[in-house]
Design a protein around this ligand. Structure first.
Ligand code: SAH
Length: 192
């Protein structure tokens, strides 16, 4: 099942890259000074290691085989289902957030507060999608480093970034953002 998991994982990666491409292109608009910090950039790079580099090493070399584990076929199937869900949430949040999207924390000159679509359910649907991805990853890539480490990095990233992001949004949109916070959950619809 190693091959199946690897194929599904990289298909997910290709799908998300294709979804993101037009939003990356639309990013030349003027912005207010970015609120991102060195720590945030470091955490983003660690995410690239957890999501990209370690899975790549697992897929094309046997260097990480000392950290392999084996789960049944059913778990690979569950992983594939979760990966599909992650990609769907990723796609919906991009269509809803539109050109307000940015990889780092920043407000653009024509920034609008989005509170509809998936943003009516949670304030961070892209991070929800990433959480679902982190659940799929250890089921598809059955290795403690290539599959398991990403969730740890993601959780550190999330708690740091979501707090800073909400503070930035609140400073910019004031009462409107506070009202929006009162109506939505942070990461998991109806729960938290
Ligand atoms: N945290 C969100 C967005 C990630 S993209 C999510 O997980 O879906 C990061 C950028 O989105 C931030 O720089 C911020 O400017 C912008 N952003 C976050 N929430 C927003 C909202 N409700 N409306 C408009 N822009 C938002």
């Amino acid at each position: 099942m190693k091959g199946f998991g690897i194929v599904v994982y990289w298909l997910g990666m290709v799908a998300e890259s294709v979804i993101r491409m037009p939003y990356n292109k639309a990013r030349s608009k003027a912005k207010l000074p970015a609120a991102s910090t060195t720590l945030e950039k470091l955490l983003l790079n660690l995410l690239l290691v957890g999501m990209g580099l370690l899975p790549l090493l697992y897929s094309v070399t046997s260097w990480l085989s000392f950290a392999d584990y084996e789960l049944g076929t059913v778990w690979s199937g569950v992983g594939a289902g979760l990966m599909l869900l992650a990609v769907l949430i990723f796609w919906r949040s991009h269509t809803d957030l539109g050109t307000n999207w940015s990889p780092t924390l920043e407000i653009q000159t024509e920034h609008t507060l989005v509170s509809g679509g998936v943003y009516g359910l949670v304030r961070h649907p892209m991070y929800t999608s990433q959480l679902v991805w982190c659940l799929a990853q250890p089921l598809l890539l059955q290795n403690w480093l290539a599959g398991g480490l990403d969730v740890v990095v993601f959780l550190v990233f999330f708690f740091y970034r979501a707090g800073a992001e909400e503070k930035m949004m609140e400073e910019h949109f004031g009462l409107r953002y506070r009202e929006y916070m009162g109506k939505t959950k942070r990461l998991i619809p109806w729960v938290w």
